[in-house]
Structure formats: C-alpha cells, structure tokens
Design a protein around this ligand. Structure first.
Ligand code: BES
Ligand code: ZN
Ligand code: ZN
Length: 480
C-alpha cells in the first residue's frame, strides 16, 4: 500500500518534520536556549539544511529550504530531502510522522511529502522476511492551518498511481503474462469508474494486427490488446487524448537473442504499458473532465520453433509490409498496430510510452526521458515544463526526414531496424510511419528500471512518466 497523506488540525504525535524557510528567524520554533544554539550551529556554521533533534519525546527534523532557488530545483530538493527523512524515520521506527508548516500548505511541503511517500515504496511480496523488513512508517500527517484539499487529493492519487506502475514493472514474467497484465490493468481501472475492454488472440487475429501477432508467434501465451477509456459526463475536450504503451511482458530478443546480462531486467519491457495504465487510472481517480483513451498491446518476445525469424516479411494492421531484420526490435512492431488502431478515435494527440531502445538509454541514462514530437511542438513545450516541475525531464531528439532513409527495405515497405547510429530516432521514425495525428513518443528505456536506489526511486521499476502525464493532463484540464 502506498503511503497516503492526511490533513490534520491538531496532533499529539511528537515525531515531527518542520519545514522552514532558511531566512526565517529561529525564535519562532520555541526551542530552549541550549537546543536553539545547537540548531544555529548546525544550520549557520555547519551549513546543514536538515537538522535532526533526537529529544526524549520524539524526533524532530528541521528542514531549511531556500525560496530563492528556482521552482523546479526547489521542489526536487524538497522531494530528495523527503527521501532522506524517510530513511531516517524508518531506521528510528517511526510509525506516524507529522509534517508541520507555520502557514498555508505550500508546494514545498507537498513536495517533501511526495518524496517521503515515494521513498517508502517496497516490493517485498515474494520475500519470507517481508514483515520484518517492512518500513515502520505508515502515516504522514500534514499539520497546517490551511490546505488546498484538491491538491492533497491529487498528490495522493499521483503517489498511488506511481507505486502501482512500479508494482506492475516489478512483477516477473511468471507472475505477469500478457493476459495477466490486461486483466490487472482493466480491473484496477474499473475501480475508478473507467471502461475497459480486452481483445483476445482471436479478436487480434480477426483485426489482422500483424505486428503484435508476429512478435507473439514464439510465445506459449496469447497476446492481448487492452483499450481503457475515461469519458466523464462533464468532458471538456472534443477529440480524445490517446495514450499508447508498450506491453512486452518479457523481451528475450526472440531469435535475435539478447546476451543474458542484457536480458536480466527485461521484465521491465512493459514499463510503457504500466505508465499509460497508471496515468489514465490517475486521470479517472481525479475525475479530470477529459476524454482519455489508453491502448496497451501486450505479449512476451521469445524464441521458439514457431517464432518469427529475421528476414520474415510481415503485414501490419494498416497493410504496411515490414521486413523483420532483428526480432529484438519488437516493440515498434506491436506499437505500430496500436498507433494505427488509435486513428479510429481521431485523436487530438497520441502520447506513446515505451522502453523502446538501448540507444535512448545509452544516450542519456536514467536521469530523463528521450522524447520526439511530430506536429506537436506546442504541446511538447508544455510537456517539458511539466517534466521539469515533477522532475521527469524530457530531452528532445530530432525527427528529421533524413533518418527515414535508414528504414528503407529492398523487398518490403519498411524494415524494422535502421543503422548502428541514432537508434532511438530511427525507432521513432518507424512509429511515425503509422501515425497521421500530432504525436509525441517517449522512449523510457533508460529511466523505467534502475538497479541502484536513487533518492525516492528505489531499485526496480520507477513508474516514470506517470507523474509527468498526470501533471500535464491536469494542467490541460485546468486550461479548458
Ligand atoms: N526492450 C529493448 C530496449 C531496452 C533496452 C529496454 C534497455 C530497456 C533497457 C528493445 O526491444 C530492444 O531490444 N531494442 C533493440 C533494438 C535494435 C535491435 C534495433 C536495442 O535497442 O538494442
Ligand atoms: Zn527487443
Ligand atoms: Zn523490447
């Protein structure tokens, strides 16, 4: 269960976190002289931003933020300190922590709470020592005079959605097949009033989704194609916003088999699916007045007697023929069919999330998202702004026409790989072929899964993109 944050008016709990603007006078803290001197020394001489007071009646964390820092940096600083405090609180066995600020709940205190809650995430369901290892921290309470209830509700939704996306990514293939993924995202989406439909293999065959079927040929499990829709009565946009997510529940590379070390973390190859499912779940949970649709093509990719082979020519859902020259470039094949399917909704824009290329991961690592845009330059600017504020930053790659050259095939309309360089871009260009609407592609191969804790992002799935989408779509709804 993700930590949720509650607003309270009074509290006797003494484990507290006080958020203080760095230049505010310390006298207001009502500390005795000895303690005050200690705090002053820590803060002013030793330049500590976080001071811990271990008093007989509980722990106090004094966190001094700098209002001069630019907004995005300041909020991320708050989240990171939230994560530090999370670690200390858990090692001290704290169960309830009260977050206190003198004035109205500011965006800073929300960000501290966010970092604290996200850092508290654990995935221990398959461990015998899960109970022993469980974090002590179970409650975050915000003790402030005034608080924007909607902002708090949205924060709790974003945390829940992000943690759910992490859960999905962390499930291994033997616990999460394409069918399981479809069932789980549909069931959860229905709990918030969303509409969900899952196409089974028969339906996918009837539709002739040749990309998804080709990748699935080597699998012992059937593929799925899930359609999630949120359309409340007070909907404000006339054309829907469509999200598409890569749902490769495991990527061995297929016959173009990956070396084993590159395969180890490939349960994360449905990270895009997790991102879009959790994003639309958040939109519905917050009852945003937007028409949003999420499409999730899903299968695993593995070698078998019947698997597709390099050299095969396949016919996609839109009739395009593709020469498969590497079965490890499977994501674009299943996504292409979903992008074609999206056309029937005449979307305002399509946002595609995928752990698509090692090339994107090599280019920028796990500190941001490689993104490309077609006919969506203005939206991209707003997306980048949201990305900065939630610290899921975007790095824009070009979609220059010249890159298309690399996808030309001698015997088919396209081939599924480009040359050795610019792989993230040629993958994006491949996807573009199947679109006729404003389109933004997010390649999350770098940040979707990390093997070392990074502040409030623990080892494993990160749920990257969920907070970005939720923030951006919320802004969109506010503008209408
Ligand atoms: N799922 C991988 C991309 C990936 C790499 C995701 C690292 C997460 C971390 C994708 O299907 C893939 O294998 N892409 C190939 C494409 C190549 C064969 C053109 C790649 O990037 O090497
Ligand atoms: Zn692959
Ligand atoms: Zn893949």
């Amino acid at each position: 269960m993700a930590l949720s944050i509650q607003h309270i008016a009074q509290s006797n709990t003494s484990d507290r976190l006080l958020l203080i603007e760095k230049s505010d006078p310390l006298d207001a803290l009502q500390l005795n002289q000895e303690v005050l001197n200690f705090v002053k020394n820590q803060k002013d001489k030793l330049k500590k931003e976080l001071v811990e007071l271990n008093q007989y009646d509980g722990l106090k964390y004094l966190l001094f933020y700098d209002k001069e820092l630019d907004e995005a940096k300041r909020l991320e600083w708050c989240r990171k300190n939230g994560a530090k405090i999370n670690k200390s609180a858990n090692s001290n066995g704290i169960v309830t922590l009260v977050l206190e600020a003198k004035t109205e709940a500011s965006s800073e205190i929300f960000a501290v709470a966010e970092g604290l809650a996200l850092a508290n995430y654990q995935f221990h369901k398959y461990r015998k020592d899960a109970v022993e290892k469980k974090n002590s921290l179970q409650k975050l309470e915000m003790l402030v005079a005034k608080l924007d209830q909607k902002k708090l509700e949205h924060l709790n939704i974003a945390i829940e959605a992000n943690c759910w996306a992490r859960d999905l990514v962390n499930e291994p293939l033997n616990k999460l097949s394409a069918v399981d993924l479809a069932e789980q995202i549909s069931a959860k989406f229905r709990t918030v009033g969303g509409k969900a439909e899952v196409f089974n293999k028969q339906k996918i065959e009837a539709l002739k989704m040749g990309g998804l079927l080709a990748v699935n040929k080597g699998s012992i499990d059937p593929p799925t194609f899930t359609v999630l829709e949120w359309k409340p009565e007070n909907v404000k946009n006339s054309k829907p916003i469509v999200l598409v997510g890569k749902g490769v529940v495991y990527d061995t590379g297929g016959l173009s088999l990956k070396p084993s070390n590159a395969m180890d973390t490939m349960k994360c190859d449905m990270g895009g699916a997790a991102t879009v499912a959790a994003s639309i779940f958040a939109v519905a949970g917050a009852k945003l007045p937007l028409h949003v649709i999420a499409l999730v093509p899903a299968t695993d990719n593995r070698p078998d007697g019947n698997a597709y082979v390099p050299g095969d020519v396949i016919s996609m859902f839109d009739g395009t023929t593709v020469e498969v020259l590497n079965t490890d470039a499977e994501g674009r094949l299943i996504l292409a069919d979903a992008l074609t399917y999206a056309k029937k909704f005449e979307p305002e824009v399509v946002f595609n999330f995928a752990t698509l290329t090692g090339s994107a991961a090599r280019a920028i690592g796990s500190q941001g998202i490689v993104a490309m845009e077609v006919k969506a330059a203005d939206m991209f600017c707003d997306l980048a702004k949201s990305g900065n504020l939630v610290h899921e930053r975007l790095v824009k790659f070009p979609m220059w026409e010249e890159y298309r050259e690399q996808l030309k095939s001698e015997i088919a309309d396209l081939k599924n790989i480009g040359g050795p360089e610019g792989g993230a871009i040629t993958a994006g260009k491949f996807l573009e072929h199947f679109t006729d609407y404003p389109f933004v592609h997010f390649d999350i191969a770098g940040p979707a899964f990390i093997d070392k804790r990074d502040s409030y992002r623990g080892i494993g799935g990160t749920g990257i993109g969920v907070r970005l989408m939720f923030h951006y779509l919320n802004e969109w709804a506010n503008k209408l």
